[in-house]
Design a protein around this ligand. Sequence first.
Ligand SMILES: [Zn+2]
Length: 702
Amino acid sequence: MHSLWNDAEAGRYRGDLALRVYTSRLLGRDRSLVLHGGGNTSVKLRQANLFGEEEDVLWVKGSGWDLETIEEAGFAPVRLAAARRLAELPALGDPEMVEQLAIHTLRAGAPPPSVEAILHAILPHRFVDHTHADAVVTVTDTADAAERVGEIYGDAVIVVPYVMPGFALARAVFELLHAAGGAQPGDSIQGLVLLKHGIFSFGDTARQSYERMIHLVGLAEDYLRGRGAWVLDPASAAGAAGAQPAGGAETRLAEPAAAAIAGLRRELSAAAGRPLIVTSRRDPRSLRFVRRPDLAELALQGPATPDHVLRTRRLPLLGRGAAAIDAPPVPAATAVAADTTAGTNWTAAVAAYVEAYRRYFAEHAAAAPEPKTMLDPAPRIVLDPELGLLAAGRTAAEAAIAAEIYQHTMDVIERADRLGGYRVLPAARLFEVEYWDLEQAKLRRAGEPPPLAGEVALVTGAASGIGKACVEALLARGAAVVGLDVEPRIADLFPRPAALGLRCDVTVEDEVAGALAAAVATFGGLDLLILNAGIFPASRDIAALGLDEWRRVMAVNLDANLILMRRCHPLLRLAPRGGRVAVIGSKNVPAPGPGVAAYSASKAALQQLARVAALEWGGDGIRVNIVHPNAVFDTALWTEERIADRAAAYGLDVAAYRRSNVLGVEVRSRDVAEAAVELCGPRFSRTTGAQVPVDGGNDRVI
Ligand SMILES: [Zn+2]
């Protein structure tokens, strides 16, 4: 573990609050120290108020901010004296503590101060850093944690037995400090180790506090290394850096595996009462862990630090049993037809998990001082020897965070196991954190999710025009989106966790299969399919239309859509709310124009294909609808030259041609995308086989 402090970088941060931002980001940069909102930091500053009166202010990380990206605005300024005084109370409910901290915050609009604010306040040092460092958590997730910590640190840290985070923890540390002879830890004390939770460091400067954290965590790493418990697999000596993107050539999912994941997603979604995103990791490190013969013994204990219970739940769901794993692989060619029972082998496993979760809730809720509302009982982590590590969430970001946290959990478990055994908190202690008053209050505040939250959409021709607008409309409705395009720039077009851009020639079946495998590996299945990719060749009379051009248009506008529909059907059938397909047709279907025979014929055939799909797939709960746009000029199909050309064909000037419809309006990509996506939404749940013009009204169609 090395300090990332850099004088040149640090020089750009002026003042103690700015340096607090800098070293907080340094902590956030290292995933083995903090993950996704975990950890917190503070600095105590003496500052004057409007009346010129000096006051000590605790600037502490606000909840909702991530250390990796925190800014000055992410710190809440709390009156230090008030925060310290709260610690003198023998007891205080956490909701009341949050209220008190908010009352004593000196900036309207500041984020709520961290729930560890009082603990930061009672430590006398100016800078305080707190992380859930993997190495420290590993050492303390063992049976003889306190002895090990003593062996590593001697008197350099104060050992704090596990106490529920929040006021109880602050109060416990307050009492420890007083028992140790006053509120001032000795000069040799550099931090606190919180058993089965994490570590605090402190110092007089930002650099000292940060570098003490690095030093203390480094000592724990050295301890693990010295006992053969650091490097887990000589072949991947990077250790904790186990994260790998989903998909990828070498990890491409076979079709039966993709169907199994989509089946799992359906079961998990049913248990959760809403669609969930399921992301998977099949890197060698994850596979090695999930194939351990003693997996149940190791994984069915609980999370590495209680904070994680909110993301991963207390326990993962393990596999589908030996029968599924030993089944002979289904030949790819027959997989689509043969695999009609995909998903059924998860039913019993998920039902058993749900039953166990209900028992866990009933048992511990009964002992709680106030009534609790049960979370949905679906597991968030599934470990399967064949499929690897699977993580579920209500959004793509949630699922990805759960997966990353569990990848670190695997390291902690295996290393603690090498030290002599992974031992975490009993279920009752984890229940307290999972069902903390503060978390329950968040639950009550949460509004309705967006209409397509937890659903997965695939859009072809997604790099521009109507396809790009569809991606935006889907993301805005909460869906995760896979965008395919023949243009390589699709890969970077939508840089966010809910979007996956893949270069794909949809006329090549193997490329489509690869894209679907990546979609399932990343998001767990497919709910919505938007068939948009198309080409529009230059105007040509039939007398001059070559067969090559005709075939090229048919390949993209028609054949590719057959490939996509056939390949997507097994996944759409497993969509938790039923699959939906939107086909981007054309006004040329009901009202063709001269010079565009190939295009018009391809779209007319596509319309028939979609109508037949609506008939065939209704029994599978899949809706298929068509929109017919016309004269959408902000797409890749159109150039100024082409617009002039088509305007001339209708005997109109360009301005008139752009608005040559009954309403006299321009039709934009966004108008078409909104209509297509809306047809996939809940308002049209009883509509299939419909054809909706999005053309401003066409007198030949009306
Ligand atoms: Zn913590």
